[in-house]
Design a protein around this ligand. Structure first.
Ligand code: NAD
Ligand code: TDX
Length: 338
């Protein structure tokens, strides 16, 4: 591997990945290809100006421009982070989800095939498995049962990627991770939204009764898992990645309030998310046993780092929440109250 195409590198996980990997692998070139949607932010890469980092503002659905980038940098490895990633937005409208997550992924796969890349790593999600009741965990053999148009589009992309492996011998790898948290997460997602609202003394909207459960993983641990899969993962295989760290939404929100010394009276229970998956929990024994990966951060450290980051980077999030985001917030949370 020499020239790695990282799509969606201006988003939350992609930018954390690039920050870590540009330093860790000075001999690799990293080409960040990003459309800069509402979720993409060049400021997420501030400080990453090393000689092995390049940026191209391109939509993965634009096949001609994508091809030009493959040629220009002699791409030999692809890591596809680019996606529409927010379930609530997929409820407002699925078009962009189908375009980017399915059509865009197929365009990348087609170019990867044409340019005979060494590896294609598709970043997927635990949401493709659907929802769990109180017991059990998702393994790599759990049948796909996506419930939102977001997770249905991610499942489609996984299946298309695996078909390129089976049919054309493309060296595809797939990771399915649980909920990430950490620095640079866009304020629409649960943890940053609750931190920011608490700091602004405005209500913290919990969907339904707050009993839904997610398995939280610190973003750097996800990035290190991707690093392992990229280097020693077996082609054609899926690897689950999780934190073994299940929390009910209400308990996470109460913990954030406690750490910020804010009152629980800020909590507001609002109308539930349509089709709200009850519980996600990942069995990551395969990646632990086969690739020797396990999380480094415990939740206490990870959540403290995250809260401190949002406290120390108010300019970053204030700029976001004072722009177009205001319209989204109004639409999403006025609807939730009605
Ligand atoms: P994000 O929404 O923060 O970032 C997505 C990035 O993709 C942005 O920079 C955006 O500009 C870019 N993008 C979107 N459409 C594009 C297009 N058509 N062409 C080029 N770039 C485009 O997302 P994230 O939270 O960083 O998630 C990254 C990946 O990880 C996604 O594939 C997501 O499904 C997956 N994932 C996320 C989580 C999580 O908890 N956030 C968990 C598991 C898997
Ligand atoms: O305002 C809110 N109130 C609330 O109760 C928000 C934004 C969320 N929630 C609940 C919904 C979920 O049960 O919190 C939980 C987490 O919500 P999100 O942060 O929106 O994440 P989720 O829907 O679980 O999906 C995330 O994890 C898997 C990422 O957004 C996906 O990209 C990833 O694939």
């Amino acid at each position: 591997m020499k020239n790695i195409l990282v799509t969606g590198g201006c988003g939350f996980i992609g930018s954390n990945f690039l920050r870590l990997m540009c330093t860790k692998y000075p001999n690799y070139n990293f080409v960040n290809l990003d459309k800069l949607t509402y979720a993409g932010n060049l400021e997420n890469l501030d400080g990453v100006n090393s000689a092995n980092y390049f940026f191209e503002k391109v939509d993965i659905c634009d096949s001609l421009k994508v091809k030009t980038v493959f040629e220009k940098y002699a791409i030999d490895t692809v890591i596809n982070f680019a996606a529409e990633s927010h379930v609530d937005r997929s409820i407002f409208g699925a078009f962009d989800f189908i375009q980017t997550n399915i059509v865009g992924t197929q365009i990348l796969l087609e170019n990867a095939k044409e340019f005979q890349v060494e590896k294609f790593l598709q970043i997927s999600t635990d949401e493709v498995y659907g929802s769990l009741s109180d017991t059990g965990k998702f393994t790599e053999t759990t049948p796909l049962h996506p419930n939102s148009t977001y997770s249905a589009s991610k499942s489609s992309a996984d299946l298309i990627a695996l078909a390129y492996h089976h049919t054309f011998g493309l060296n595809v790898l797939i990771t399915r991770c649980s909920n990430n948290y950490g620095p640079y997460q866009f304020p629409e997602k649960l943890i940053p939204l609750m931190i920011i609202n608490a700091l602004n003394n405005i209500s913290l909207p919990i969907y339904g009764n707050g009993m839904n459960v997610r398995d939280w993983l610190y973003v750097e641990d996800h990035c290190l898992a991707i690093d392992s899969v990229l280097h020693i993962g077996k082609f054609g295989e899926v690897y689950n990645i999780g934190g073994n760290n299940e929390w009910r939404n209400i308990d996470i929100v109460k913990l954030i309030l406690k750490k910020l010394n804010k009152p629980e009276s800020l909590i507001a229970f609002v109308k539930d998310r349509l089709g709200h998956d009850f519980r996600y929990a990942i069995d990551s024994s395969k990646i632990t046993n086969e690739l020797n990966w396990k999380p480094i951060y415990d939740f206490e450290n990870g959540i403290s780092n995250t809260i401190n980051w949002y406290l120390e980077n108010k300019t970053w999030w204030k700029k976001i929440i004072s722009g177009e985001y205001k319209n989204y917030y109004k639409l999403q949370y006025e609807k939730a109250r009605s």
